[in-house]
Design a protein around this ligand. Structure first.
Ligand SMILES: [Zn+2]
Length: 167
């Protein structure tokens, strides 16, 4: 079954905005996203990070520092009694298109196949800074990236709202 929706918390989206803003013009950047899947099959992204100190921001791709990403996911995951975990990656496109490239698809297939990946179907969020827009894709059982509706969420649903969750 596909996820019905992806919700991204404003704090996580702000992290993405800041990371894109401070990346040299025309270079791509990206990083891991942490969150959870709700009982009614929506993905809630609670945290996002940049590529890390050993990550490489390139003109047509971004290489994420795996060690940093794992540490980030573990740290964010512990914040709410281990309820949060890696849900996928985000990266920016510098051109107009928000469609996943062949390399984007390959990267998500590699993540889904990784034994430590808690998500059978990780999501890929593609972000464009100006004019701002973002799209989410889910790696489906056929191994393709399928568009999934995405929207910003100002606050964590009430059950998870009792602690400081952002950043
Ligand atoms: Zn891409």
């Amino acid at each position: 079954m596909m996820y019905r929706h992806v919700f991204i918390l404003s704090g996580a989206l702000d992290t993405i905005r800041q990371e894109v803003r401070r990346t040299p013009f025309l270079k791509e950047t990206g990083g891991p996203m942490v969150g959870y899947v709700s009982t009614d099959e929506a993905v809630v992204v609670t945290h996002a990070a940049g590529p890390g100190p050993l990550g490489k921001r390139g003109y047509f791709s971004v290489l994420i520092d795996g060690r940093y990403a794992t540490q980030f996911c573990n740290r964010a995951g512990q914040e709410f009694n281990g309820c949060f975990y890696y849900v996928g990656d985000w990266h920016c496109h510098r051109g107009w298109s928000l469609k996943p490239s062949h390399d984007d698809l390959k990267a998500m297939r590699v993540m889904a196949a990784y034994v430590g990946c808690p998500m059978k179907r990780p999501i890929s969020l593609i972000y464009r800074y100006y004019p701002e827009e973002y799209r989410a894709y889910t790696l489906n059982s056929a191994g393709r990236l399928e568009p999934t509706p995405v929207s910003e969420l100002a606050e964590v649903p009430y059950i998870l709202h009792s602690r400081k969750l952002l950043k």
